[in-house]
Design a protein around this ligand. Structure first.
Ligand code: NAD
Ligand code: ZN
Length: 346
């Protein structure tokens, strides 16, 4: 079958022919209908050999939906032909975090060598994807797989983040979304659907600011050093009750903290490599900071339900598998609007 692989440190991803995977005991083989491209893929392709936490080559893609193609021995709970979304944060499955569906915070996965598809295990940018256990599959009905594949990360990650910030987002509050890309444009919709907060979006591209307004941001501002002052003006001098940084560089970390109100919830979601300052007198009194990772299995079920109810839509650009390297180039150049989605069998 064909797959998009990151083959050696620093090289561009390539479309290659790899052996057809066969499901072992307990595994499920999924024929991939659609796979999404995430900026985290670029982050891992920028890591030095010392920092890269898994061996190469690696088939990329940690957002995937498809149909069940075959079941390994003993696998049960789905049947061939079922439409499924893949929950990608694989944990050990038995610890307290995993029992609560919080496999994204499993403390054992790394030590046990358990890796997520596209982030160490073969990923969804391939015609077929091996899923280690039926519990990683979520029924996916009533949604267009192409339009909704990115709910598995670009929907799930902001959903998990917004849930944490909900107690701060009361009527009259303000939420700031920094970076209106794949995750950020869904975050804006989640904030509008789940909270009464006023949403202020920041980006460096005019097209991204236009997208922010289209998907529901009340204000869309160019992301620069003048933002904290503008946010204070908008909020009667107090600042924002929640700030979501979907970029994660030094500059956005500074904007996030300087825009926050007392007792604000500030989230660093982006993998930009920057650090957010934390310390007494350095941040507003009572501020909490959170670096969330992906989301829980329950979060995925809920964000899919929200999309089924019509409250969310992911803006997509569609590519063939052969075009995936080009799509990554466009993503790196900031040219993708919403999410780039690849059709490995289409
Ligand atoms: P994306 O490339 O689709 O979007 C990034 C957006 O940020 C773009 O619109 C870009 O114009 C904008 N941007 C760049 N610099 C900016 C700045 N200084 N100020 C404001 N906006 C700026 O990326 P994505 O796939 O949505 O991912 C967003 C970030 O979240 C990435 O760093 C990714 O690695 C990370 N991520 C984290 C998790 C997690 O679990 N923590 C999960 C998925 C993605
Ligand atoms: Zn991702």
């Amino acid at each position: 079958m064909k797959a998009v692989q990151y083959r050696s440190v620093g090289a561009a991803p390539e479309v290659v022919e790899v052996p057809d995977p066969e499901p072992g005991p307990g595994q499920v083989l999924v024929k991939v209908t659609a796979a999404g491209l995430c900026h985290s893929d670029l982050a891992l392709m920028h890591m030095t050999a010392e920092r890269l936490p898994f061996p190469l080559p690696l088939s990329l893609g940690h957002e995937g939906v498809g149909t069940v193609a075959a079941l390994g021995e003993g696998a049960a709970g789905v049947v061939v032909g079922d439409s499924v979304a893949v929950y990608g944060a694989w944990g050990c499955g038995v610890c307290a975090a995993c029992a609560a569906g919080r496999e994204n915070y499993c403390p054992h996965a790394r030590g046990l060598g358990i890796r997520s598809p596209g982030l160490g295990a073969p990923g969804a940018l391939a015609q077929y994807l091996l899923v280690d256990d039926v519990r990683h599959l979520v029924p996916f009905v009533g949604l267009d797989p192409v339009a909704a594949v990115s709910l598995t990360d670009a929907g799930l990650t902001p959903y998990h983040a917004v849930r944490w910030a909900l107690p701060a987002l009361v009527p009259g509050s303000t939420a700031v979304v920094i970076g209106v890309g794949g995750l950020g444009h869904v975050a804006i919709q989640l904030l509008r659907a789940l909270t009464p907060a006023r949403v202020v979006a920041l980006d460096v591209g005019e097209d991204k600011l236009a997208l922010a307004r289209e998907v529901g941001a009340h204000e869309a501002l160019v992301s620069d050093a003048s933002v904290p002052e503008a946010i204070r003006t908008l909020t009667g001098g107090f600042g924002a009750e929640a700030v979501f940084d979907f970029v994660g560089v030094e500059a956005t970390g500074r904007i996030a903290v300087a825009s926050a109100a007392a007792e604000a919830r500030v989230l660093n979601v982006g993998l930009g490599g920057g650090a957010m300052q934390m310390g007494f007198m350095l941040v507003p009194p009572g501020m909490s900071a959170y670096a969330p990772y992906w989301g829980t299995r329950g979060d995925l079920v809920e964000v899919i339900a929200l999309a089924q109810a019509g409250a969310l839509s992911v803006r997509t650009e569609i590519y063939t598998l052969d075009e995936a390297p080009l799509a990554y180039e466009r993503l790196a150049a900031g040219k993708v609007t919403g999410r780039a989605v690849v059709l490995p069998n289409g």
